[in-house]
Design a protein around this ligand. Structure first.
Ligand SMILES: C[S@@+](CC[C@H](N)C(=O)[O-])C[C@H]1O[C@@H](n2cnc3c(N)ncnc32)[C@H](O)[C@@H]1O
Length: 391
């Protein structure tokens, strides 16, 4: 993760602009020993830089929740902050390399907002979950130019690698999204997806709740798949295979099919490794048989206009509010300016919580830098949060 060690942190008077980077406001940890978040805008992306205090040197790095992609954006903002604040950089892993032109010139990298605003539906859609080295995704896209492939991945180096290859191979039918697949399906209109590939997902044997496959995921897959569309799980993990069989067996209407050691056209890096070790490979394929209605996703993320009391944030401190649809957990409270504040929250469904920030200034609240993902659990969590903030 790009970072700079600096001699001492020198706050800027905000808002301010340093060349082409804007620094908007600073949110200080309540505990003075910790440091601050600096809201930053560059190339249309808004995110936080993090200042962490230390005994001998201080750290400037990215915030995990809002971290921008590609990495170039973050590196440029870190260097801009250090330069404008006159910070002495002691050591760093941030080079001053120019923007990677592969990333600059293609438009395959999409944001979740792109899909939320207007989900592409002119052609058949296929989704690959956790594409890793992207061998399978690139192969499928080249072999099926009439199909739109959406590749989901949360590992940034894999995304950058895939983006380079998309430009090199001149593929125009792939969209890449840096997003958790478990949240993504709620954005997809019903009955438009031909295939969902889940190849060699992380088995998460010790934390099964983090697995991509779950009853919720299967229910959502069934909704977005067209009739005869398939969800294809391929795994080398006997545990995951058994877990998938159980999960796929639970909804009454599902139809699935199981194969062992089936050859497919393209072998991924993981598959290569398992084959050399002579491990068994399992395919569990679910076929959708029914048309589904569109989901009811009414509601929005606006806060009510009644002024929020100044002690409202203090009252929420480190609490967890559980409901049967999900929860809100207040992880952190920050100070912003004289009498503003900011919350860092985990909220939404138990399986797929979302981390987000809520800025409260002059008695009104807003999410920063972006609205939560429009899932039914997040919409419910928002209503609860609005009530909590307004006492
Ligand atoms: C074991 S690798 C397999 C990669 C590739 N499918 C292959 O067969 O080589 C699993 C990949 O899934 C990604 N991943 C894990 N959880 C994910 C999630 N919830 N949403 C999207 N991608 C995820 C990981 O970052 C990793 O690249």
């Amino acid at each position: 993760m790009p970072h700079l060690h600096i001699e001492s942190f020198k706050p800027l008077t905000l808002p301010t602009r340093c060349g082409d980077v804007e620094f908007l406001f600073q949110a200080d940890y309540k505990d003075d020993k910790e440091g601050a978040l600096i809201a930053t805008r560059y190339k249309g992306r808004e995110f936080f830089l993090v200042h962490k205090k230390g005994d001998t040197k201080e750290l400037l790095k990215s915030d995990k929740i809002t971290r921008p992609s590609p990495n170039f954006i973050l590196k440029h903002a870190l260097l801009a902050y250090a330069e404008c604040s006159g910070s002495v950089v002691l050591d760093s892993n941030v080079d001053n390399a120019p923007e990677n032109t592969h990333l600059k010139t293609h438009d395959a990298l999409k944001t979740i907002q792109f899909f939320a605003d207007n989900f592409p539906r002119e052609q058949e859609v296929r989704i690959e979950v956790g594409f890793g080295s992207a061998r399978h995704l690139l192969h499928q896209a080249a072999a099926n130019p009439e199909v739109l492939f959406i590749g989901l991945e949360i590992h940034k180096p894999s995304i950058e690698q895939a983006l380079k290859q998309i430009v090199i191979q001149n593929l125009t039918n792939i969209m890449i999204l840096d997003y958790d697949a478990r949240l993504f399906l709620e954005f997809v209109p019903s009955n438009i997806v031909g295939k969902i590939y889940v190849h060699f997902p992380v088995p998460w044997d010790k934390k099964p709740h983090r697995r991509v496959i779950s009853e919720d995921f299967l229910r959502e897959s069934e909704r977005v798949l067209c009739v005869d569309g398939t969800l294809e799980l391929r795994t080398d993990s006997e545990n995951y295979y058994r877990f998938a069989l159980e999960t796929f067996s639970s909804p009454a209407i599902s139809r699935f099919d199981v194969r062992k050691n089936q050859e497919i056209a393209i072998v991924s890096k993981y598959e290569d490794r398992w084959k050399k070790m002579e491990k068994n490979i399992y395919d569990v394929t679910f076929t959708c048989e029914t048309e589904s209605p569109e989901p009811d996703m009414s509601g929005n993320f606006a806060f009510s206009s009644t002024p929020i009391a100044t002690d409202a944030l203090g009252r929420l401190s480190k609490e967890t509010y559980k409901q049967e649809w999900g929860f809100i957990h207040v992880e952190r409270i920050f100070r912003v300016g004289e009498d503003g504040g900011m919350l860092r929250l985990a909220m939404g469904s138990f399986d797929r919580p979302e981390s987000t920030y809520v800025l409260v200034e002059n008695g009104s609240a807003r999410y920063f830098p972006s609205l939560p993902v429009r899932t039914s659990a997040n919409l419910k969590a928002h209503i609860l949060l609005d009530e909590l903030l307004h006492g």
